[in-house]
Design a binder for this molecule. Structure first.
Ligand code: TYM
Length: 355
């Protein structure tokens, strides 16, 4: 029996290089050897209250981008989270074993709560935590942190646990959520004295989880940071973004330490370019002969080599409604069969029985 793999991406916009190198690239490789179940996390997208008009369009975009990047519905199960209602039911059940405190302490929750409440993310401090707690409890504000945002990790844990997945390919930003998933599984198993739930591990073919940086000098590439290169970006647009990436005035003495913006450019180069190319620029940096313009041009060429073939396929697949709906209805059927099994077992151990 093949090991089970689960992962998903929220339909909050088009996929960027962070999603690709952090997750999707591994999805495509893993479908060859594992029992893979990849989904569009539309219920998770609801935690940030998207416009109902765009939610479905975005979900369709992600599906098309999955397939354009190489996911094959003949090899992997591809589905939409909301097509598997068993997930929502188990989410309710698992929440009975999850503490409000541990949810409030997760980094992703604190970041998103800060955004929802209009507290600046770059001033992360203890007093912010207190401000968040105050405003969460206070009622006069029309800015609200919804309960779905708080219980986001429970829903994510259920996505994984309901399929009994042992491997979860995700980027570094999701590691804390995976840690919680393992903790919830352990807690459930020990409370009911069972080994029903499987503790999953992050997977990146033996390497550490990836954090793709943005082009603005600091932090990760992210939709809400406005620093993304999208798979769908026209080549000219992509090149412009790369050429405008933040740099510094260059190394003045040999073997200088790298500033964050330059280290970020090297991280992107390592993800997209051949090892000898990276080595060439590393040497040039070390002996102060580097020209950032050359590095950026090389980076843009190598990004184009990854994204151009994907971009061309996205449009065709998006236009094929019949193929997409066939793919997800078959995917949902398979995902539901496994989910219904686990849900029935969970209910059984929790003492929920039919009269
Ligand atoms: P989401 O939609 O934010 O991101 C999808 C995937 O892309 C990865 N990623 C990155 N990796 C490296 N560098 C970056 N800059 C970067 N930006 C995004 C994320 O790590 C992720 O793998 N909670 C999840 C979706 C989810 C899920 C699940 C994942 C819901 N249920 C069950 C796995 C299993 C999320 O919000 O990902």
């Amino acid at each position: 029996m093949k090991e089970i793999v689960v992962s998903g991406i929220r339909p909050t916009g088009n996929l960027h290089l962070g999603n690709y190198f952090g997750a999707l690239r591994n999805f495509v490789k893993m479908q060859e050897d594992y029992d893979c179940r990849f989904f569009v996390a539309d219920l998770h997208a609801l935690t940030t209250q998207p416009d109902p008009k765009t939610l479905h369009i975005n979900a369709k975009n992600i599906l098309a981008e999955y397939i354009a990047a190489g996911l094959d519905p003949e090899k992997a199960t591809i589905f939409v989270q909301s097509d598997v209602p068993e997930i929502s039911e188990m989410y309710l059940l698992l929440n009975m074993h999850v503490g409000i405190g541990e949810l409030m302490r997760t980094t992703a929750f604190k970041d998103k709560a800060r955004k929802a409440l209009g507290i600046k993310t770059d001033s992360v401090s203890e007093s912010d935590d207190e401000a968040i707690e105050h405003q969460i409890i206070g009622t006069e504000s029309n800015k609200r942190v919804n309960a779905g945002l708080l219980t986001y990790p429970t829903l994510m844990a259920v996505d994984i646990l309901i399929q009994k997945a042992s491997k979860v390919p995700v980027g570094k930003d999701q590691e804390q959520h995976l840690e919680l998933t393992r903790r919830f599984a352990r807690r459930f198993n020990s409370f009911y004295n069972t080994d029903l739930l499987v503790e999953p591990q992050n997977f990146n073919f033996g390497a550490a989880a990836v954090k793709v940086p943005g082009l603005d000098g600091s932090g990760k590439m992210g939709k809400s940071e406005g620093n993304c290169i999208y798979l769908i970006d026209d080549e000219k647009v992509m090149r412009k973004k790369v050429m405008r990436a933040v740099t510094d005035e260059g190394p003045k003495v040999p073997d200088s330490p790298m500033s964050e913006p330059i280290a970020n450019l090297f991280t992107l180069l390592e993800l997209t370019s051949a090892p000898d190319v990276v080595e060439h620029f590393r040497r040039a940096y070390a002996d102060c002969s580097i020209r950032y313009g050359d590095l950026k041009k090389q980076l843009a060429d190598d990004i184009a080599a990854v994204t151009a073939p994907i971009r061309q396929r996205i449009m065709d697949i998006q236009a094929n409604d019949e193929f997409l709906s066939r793919t997800v209805s078959r995917g949902a059927e398979r995902a539901r069969a496994a989910a219904a099994d686990t849900l029935a077992q969970v209910k059984q151990v929790m003492g929920i029985k039919k009269f």
